[in-house]
Ligand binder design. Structure first.
Ligand code: HEC
Length: 139
């Protein structure tokens, strides 16, 4: 009898897990910090590199700038919805919000196709990494 109850319990657990698993990927869950960093900054074809190349160019490829700015707008705002992997929460929220603000500025830049503003925003973005990594990026 005991093993029957236990078996039923296991079956219920398996069913419960199966029911819960897909909702983990619900659209409302923020992307995690590692995913955000990878999507924006990792690899030579990253949106960040596309922006740096455009900022150096005399005639920026605005289609690429727009594409990159869309990836920033999709992922940067999720950063502040994560707990800091390390360090103080107030500091994390401030730095994460600054990145989201840069993403918003990029979208504006892409719409206006303003090369000067593109340079300034890419520069501000490039100088934001270290301050956050020093405090919040685990070893
Ligand atoms: C608001 C904080 C913050 C800012 C701003 C920030 N980072 Fe990060 N970054 C992190 C944290 C935290 C991690 C560690 C994530 C982890 O290990 O899950 C990280 C990890 C990374 C990684 C490794 C990703 C991986 O998991 O392989 C790269 C690459 C990276 N950051 C690039 C950048 C660059 C380039 C910039 C600036 C242009 C930048 N980051 C700005 C917080 C930030």
């Amino acid at each position: 009898m005991k093993s029957l109850i236990c078996g039923a319990g296991m079956a219920a657990l398996v069913l419960a897990l199966a029911a819960v698993a897909p909702t983990n990927a619900s659209a409302d869950d923020p992307a995690d910090v590692g995913t955000i960093m990878t999507k924006l900054f990792a690899g030579k074809n990253s949106p960040n590199n596309a922006l740096k190349a455009a900022a150096k160019s005399d005639s920026p490829d605005w289609a690429k700038v727009k594409e990159a700015s869309e990836v920033f707008s999709k992922f940067a705002p999720d950063l502040a919805r994560n707990e800091p992997p390390q360090g103080d929460k107030d500091s994390w929220e401030r730095l994460a919000k600054a990145l989201a603000d840069h993403a918003a500025a990029l979208r504006d830049v892409a719409d206006k196709q303003d090369a000067d503003q593109l340079k300034a925003t890419v520069k501000a973005l490039g100088s934001s990494c270290k301050a956050c990594h020093d405090v919040h990026r685990p070893e």
